[in-house]
Structures are given as C-alpha cells and as structure tokens.
Design a protein around this ligand. Structure first.
Ligand code: TMP
Length: 213
C-alpha cells in the first residue's frame, strides 16, 4: 500500500507522518517512510538545490525537471522495492505536489507535467492521499514560527518566501485535485489541534487498513 501526504507549508503533515507509522505498526503493518524531494542520497543533493533560498533565479522548467529527477530515483530505488516487499510506504509529498506547485501555482502546462511524469516515472499512483488542508495564512505563519525557532532549516525556505497568492494557488490546486479524484484523496481539516487531527487521520486510515493483530 502506497500512502502519500500532501498540503501547503505548515499544514502539519510531517508531524502526522510519525504518528501514522505508530498507528499502523500497532495494527500489524510493516511501514517505511520517506519524503520528496530528498528521499534518496542523490535526492538529498537535488533537494538542497531546489529549496535553497539563494536560488531565486531558478527557471520553472529547471525546477520541474529537478523534481522529476528526484522522483524517478526515489521510485526506482526506494518506493518500488519496498512495495514489492509488501510494506506500507508512507511518503511526505509525491507527484500531486508537482501538479500543484509547478502546474497550478507556477503556471506550467499540467497535461505536459502529467505526460512527463508518465514517460519518466511510469504509472505508479498512491492508493490513498491524505490532503492536510488549511488557510495559507495560518500555514505560513506556522512554518515561519518553526523556521525562526530553529525547528526548520533556513537553507530550505525558497518556497516559504513565495507570496501569499502563490500559496493560495497551491491550496486551491490541491482542493481541485481532490475534487477530481475523490476515491484517492481524503481531505483532512488541518486547522485544529494536533491530537484532533491525529484522531481524524486514524479514523480515515483505520477504515482502509484493518487491524492484522
Ligand atoms: P517540504 O519537504 O518541507 O514539504 O518542502 C518541499 C517543498 O518543495 C515544498 O515547498 C513544496 C515543494 N515541492 C514542489 O514544488 N514540487 C514537488 O513536486 C514537491 C515534491 C515539492
């Protein structure tokens, strides 16, 4: 089973990821976690380039190709082998993020992005995608709190530095994708407190992954 977590900056998806692992392991599932960009050793180098706020002049096309490069390496060397071994793979962001950030928000052609993905990465799709939805103003303020308190690296803030309007497009894009694929997406209200969100996530995943023990 392949589960992805998506959402705007500061939506709390990374915090929920570890809680999901504990929940699913308690139900008898073997889990592995990862993230994009940066889920492999090569991907970590690509991530550093993509998120470095000094790289302001990066063209949207360069950005797109770097995300695709990160992803194909991740799929071939991490995701597919773990899925083949029968594990639950939980990934913090995947292809939907490219459609939303590079498509809806940067304005690149979404059909072309999807075609590029199919050509390079193939047909792998998440079984379930949890979309942590909240107001960009709230998400951004949470993200900057984490950065200013040292909880997140300043070296990875290229997207946090984008204007609110950019993040609004990201949010709207995600909600649009969720409307287009209601069977895959589960939209989680991420505006509440952490425990409340965890309860909602566990209810959602509990219905899909019955306890094995
Ligand atoms: P994160 O690891 O903190 O979520 O940061 C990853 C950043 O990269 C985030 O701002 C979203 C952005 N991103 C894209 O623009 N396109 C993509 O395909 C992915 C996976 C992430």
């Amino acid at each position: 089973m392949f589960i992805t977590l998506e959402g705007i900056e500061g939506s709390g998806k990374t915090t929920q990821l570890q809680k999901i692992v504990a929940f699913l392991e308690g139900r008898g599932y073997e889990c592995v976690t990862s993230r994009e960009p940066g889920g492999t050793a090569i991907g970590a180098q690509i991530r550093a380039v993509l998120l470095n706020p000094a790289n302001k002049e990066m063209d949207a096309g360069t950005e797109l190709l770097l995300y695709v490069a990160d992803r194909v390496q991740h799929i071939r060397t991490f995701i597919e082998p773990h899925l083949a071994a029968g594990r639950v793979v939980l990934c913090d962001r995947f292809f939907d993020a490219t459609l939303v950030y590079q498509g809806y928000a940067r304005g690149l052609d979404r059909t072309l992005i999807a075609e590029l993905h199919r050509l390079v990465c193939g047909n792998l799709k998440p079984d379930v995608t949890l979309l942590f939805d909240l107001e960009p103003r709230v998400g951004l303020s949470r993200a900057w709190q984490a950065i200013n308190s040292g909880g997140r690296s300043r070296q990875e803030t290229r997207f946090e530095q984008e204007k609110l309007a950019f993040h609004q497009k990201v949010r709207d894009g995600y909600l649009d994708l969720a409307r287009l694929e209601p069977h895959r997406f589960r939209v989680i209200d991420a505006s509440g407190d952490i425990q409340e969100i965890t309860r909602t996530v566990e209810k959602t995943l509990g219905a899909l992954l019955p306890a094995k023990r």
